[in-house]
Design a protein around this ligand. Structure first.
Ligand code: ZN
Length: 234
């Protein structure tokens, strides 16, 4: 009964406010829950999670030891994935971030390595950008993964180093410690002995993820796996 009423309600609201597919902007059918049938079957999945020596993992070889690395989709300019990420970042569409996180979670949930992660850490956004945007898109994707996997998100554990803004308040020694890194840990004890799932929206060179992973791996017993929504090949 409840689901019948829900269907009627969705049907009515679809007439008044047609829902559109976040990937192609076509009007969604009543049977489409989130993206349209065509996009559901044509989004450019990489299947990178199925082979450890994939092009994302290779970015980190010889630089930082990761337990696994993957990206869900291929990123191409003006493609459907770019369209969705653009809406997430610039059009206040947090719902798309949650959806992408849900999709990414499907490939990680039963994976022999990713499924053993016990804490999700999103790549932090610069505070200025976060203030403009109202949220960190990687943190929204992380929430979407948490929804489907039950792995908790470690919020504000890893932050951008705003050294230049706060240096006047710091002692000389502390200043030295902060100069060499873009990222710092606020709660180092919270990640000790943890297998961390580090999340970003797009991986290009892997430099940002590498810097974040190095900071996380500075704590005793931590392991890091990396997953992104998309991989932009250069
Ligand atoms: Zn579509």
């Amino acid at each position: 009964m409840v689901s019948v009423l829900k269907d009627i309600w969705t049907g009515l609201t679809d007439i008044i406010y047609p829902r559109v597919c976040p990937a192609c902007d076509e009007v969604l059918g009543l049977e489409d829950r989130d993206i349209c049938f065509t996009c559901r079957h044509t989004l450019p999945e990489t299947d990178y999670h199925t082979f450890p020596g994939n092009p994302v993992a290779v970015h980190f070889w010889g630089k930082v030891p990761l337990t696994a690395a993957t990206a869900l989709y291929h990123f191409s300019k003006d493609g459907k994935v770019q369209h969705m990420l653009h809406h997430l970042k610039y059009k206040h569409r947090k719902d798309i971030g949650l959806l992408l996180g849900n999709f990414l979670a499907k490939t990680l949930k039963d994976h022999p390595v990713f499924s053993t992660c016990d804490l999700i850490v999103p790549v932090p956004l610069h505070p200025k950008k976060q203030l403009q945007r109202g949220y960190n898109q990687s943190a929204v994707i992380a929430e979407g993964i948490a929804e489907k996997t039950g792995i908790p998100v470690g919020k504000d554990i890893l932050i951008r180093n705003t050294y230049t803004a706060t240096q006047t308040r710091k002692g000389r020694l502390e200043r030295w410690q902060n100069v060499d890194g873009k990222f710092i840990l606020t709660k180092p004890k919270a990640i000790a002995e943890k297998h961390i799932l580090l999340i970003d929206d797009v991986v290009t060179t892997g430099a940002t993820l590498e810097a974040c992973a190095k900071v996380l791996l500075s704590q005793p017993g931590t392991k890091v796996a990396v997953a992104a929504v998309a991989h932009a090949e250069m």
